[in-house]
Design a protein around this ligand. Structure first.
Ligand code: 13P
Ligand code: SF4
Length: 314
């Protein structure tokens, strides 16, 4: 279905539909500028999960990727959760099919793993986990893990390696990664640092160890906002998905924010996050479709480790 609305009309129509539906628009920091500007809340995975839990709207229009909208539905099943594009996936989610994790846990039963799962995963994988974490609370979640059980960290090996280093806790890792963040290399980041010798560098923990070692600070997308506000440096190299720069430029307009390049491009975009458009946002609010649907058993099982995470993050 196509519409012929101008961008001004689309904005007005989305706002009118939002009111009519009693909807809230939640958007991740990697959404395109227009979506960030129309959203009621823009944030990282942790902030978005809290907003989804707290909202008194009837409809949540979730502009991010599928697992984020799915998490909102798990936390708040009474709500209608719609998303602009149901095909907006995530390479980390894809790297860990629930059957593979289930088989691995079965084969390693005697280890009695404490499974810490990054929120970038399917509902079925969350349902096999002891606790969920985001990049914003991973250190705290690992610190709260029982001492007498080995940790299996799923599915991001880079976030896992970073949190292991931060906490001093050894763990086993699933072999997954974010296809966007592994595109930054030691050479591509060193080059941009050489071009801006007085800049500080902030990187997402999904980056490889070689890249994280070049950063002054490693943190979640939301903490990047605080870092950019607080640092005394005028020039900041931001090593994460390129749309993050919209959020940062709105909140920190007086600083020079430099997108971290990869070897192939000046800035890295997540093709899944980029699937969402203003037109699709309008259509999902109009049609209440696509909608997140979850089978009740999986939802109940997956909700427990998410609620544990939210409790530990307060
Ligand atoms: P944040 O929770 O830090 O926003 O990260 C989400 C994500 O998908 C990063 O690629
Ligand atoms: Fe997934 Fe990477 Fe896109 Fe984040 S940036 S949604 S981890 S593919």
């Amino acid at each position: 279905m196509t519409t012929t609305l101008s961008s001004t009309d689309l904005r007005a129509d989305i706002l009118a539909l939002k009111k009519e539906r009693n909807a809230v628009i939640l958007a991740h920091n990697y959404q395109i500028a227009e979506i960030q500007e129309i959203a009621d809340y823009v944030g990282d995975s942790l902030g978005l999960a809290f907003r989804a839990q707290e909202t008194d709207a009837d409809v949540i229009a979730f502009c991010g990727v599928h697992f984020m909208a799915e998490t909102a539905k798990m936390i708040n099943p009474e709500k209608t959760v719609v998303l602009p594009d149901a095909n907006a996936g995530c390479s980390l989610e894809d790297s860990c099919p629930a059957e593979d994790l289930g088989a691995f846990l079965e084969q390693n039963k005697e280890k009695n793993y404490y499974v810490i799962t990054y929120i970038n995963s399917s509902a079925a994988v969350k349902a096999l986990s002891d606790v969920i974490c985001t990049s914003g609370n991973a250190v705290r979640i690992v610190e709260a893990a029982p001492e007498d059980r080995p940790i299996l960290f799923v599915p991001d090996q880079n976030l896992g390696a970073w949190v292991s280093q931060q906490t001093g806790r050894e763990m086993d890792f699933w072999n997954g990664n974010c296809y966007v963040h592994v595109e930054f290399t030691r050479d591509s980041i060193q080059r941009i640092k050489d071009e801006h010798p007085d800049a500080v560098t902030v990187a997402h923990p999904e980056c490889t160890t070689a890249v994280r070692l070049l950063a002054d600070v490693v943190c979640s997308t939301e903490k990047m906002v605080d870092f950019c506000k607080e640092t005394e440096s005028q020039n900041i190299i931001v090593v994460t998905e390129a749309n993050m720069l919209h959020r940062l430029r709105r909140e920190v307009p007086d600083k020079n924010l430099i997108p971290g390049p990869t070897d192939n491009c000046a800035c890295a975009e997540c093709r899944y996050m980029m699937m969402n458009t203003m037109e699709k946002l309008y259509l999902c609010l109009r049609d209440l479709s696509p909608q997140v649907q979850l089978d009740e058993t999986t939802r109940e099982r997956a909700k427990a480790p998410i609620m544990k995470m939210l409790e530990l993050s307060k």
